[in-house]
Ligand binder design. Structure first.
Ligand SMILES: [Zn+2]
Length: 254
């Protein structure tokens, strides 16, 4: 989990919020038992544009497990303070209560927030540094506080599917570290660029990668002059061009 910045609400969000909230009151006149979730599903198409803004600002990553979500999937809003809890229903359309999460984290979190105990409150990546509460041993998240431990447990951040994705990604980062030391200048440069990108907010499992590279290569992870931002879009093409250029050598592999 890394710190996320959802930024200010999109233009005219306050007007839409007021309309949605009025709509809920009116819907309840006709059907007093309508739940927050049912009403949310009803207005979901109207929320799509705002959800897209949030998804872009959060780099289309789950705010909890840092998995990259598919670009084809409609972004799912996660209510940090759950809308199904009557105490927080009034924050259903509050921009500062919205996060993005994958279906699994969303389901595991369910209606939990703190269970009435401050020491068990789920870590809020939008308002506090998650690295104070959750670290990594290799690819396995480790609670550094009672809240970090509870967050890992509630969201099942050690679930098998996540562990195997993170382990595979850590192996790639390990190979990149080796490639940054060996090989031709072009290979070293490409590996360094990929490594820098892998520590940026938009990369998957950035908290884990920052900790890993921070331990293995501290001066590279935190240079005196920060690394320039590396655009992710061109990285794959760069590597493929490099592979193409080395085709005769690669053909000799046996
Ligand atoms: Zn997730």
């Amino acid at each position: 989990m890394i710190r996320v910045n959802r930024g200010d609400p999109p233009p005219d969000f306050a007007i839409r919020r007021a309309n949605w909230e009025t709509g809920l009151q009116q819907a309840r006149v006709g059907d007093p038992k309508i739940t927050a979730s049912k009403y949310w599903n009803r207005v979901r198409p109207e929320i799509r544009n705002d959800a897209e803004v949030l998804a872009a600002r959060l780099h289309r990553k789950c705010a909890f497990c840092e998995s990259k979500m598919s670009h084809v999937m409609s972004p799912q809003i996660e209510h940090f303070r759950p809308k199904s809890n009557a105490a927080y229903e009034g924050r259903m359309f509050d921009w500062s209560n919205w996060l993005l999460s994958c279906g699994v984290c969303n389901t595991k979190k369910g209606r939990f927030f703190d269970g009435g105990n401050e020491d068990l409150r789920i870590i809020d990546p939008a308002s506090e540094p998650p690295s104070d509460h959750i670290g990594f041993v290799g690819s396995i998240p480790l609670g550094l506080s009672s809240r970090g431990t509870e967050t890992i447990k509630r969201l099942r951040l050690r679930r098998e599917a996540l562990n195997s994705y993170r382990t595979a990604w850590l192996a790639v980062v390990g190979v990149l570290l080796l490639a940054a030391l060996d090989g031709s200048l072009a290979t070293r440069t490409a590996a360094r660029r990929y490594l820098i990108w892998s520590m940026q907010d938009e990369a998957p499992f950035a908290a884990m990668v920052r900790e890993f590279i921070g331990e293995m290569a501290p001066a590279f992870a935190k240079p005196a002059v920060p690394h320039p931002h590396i655009a992710g879009e061109g990285l794959v093409e760069d590597i493929l061009r490099l592979v193409k250029r080395r085709e005769p050598d690669i053909a000799q592999l046996s």
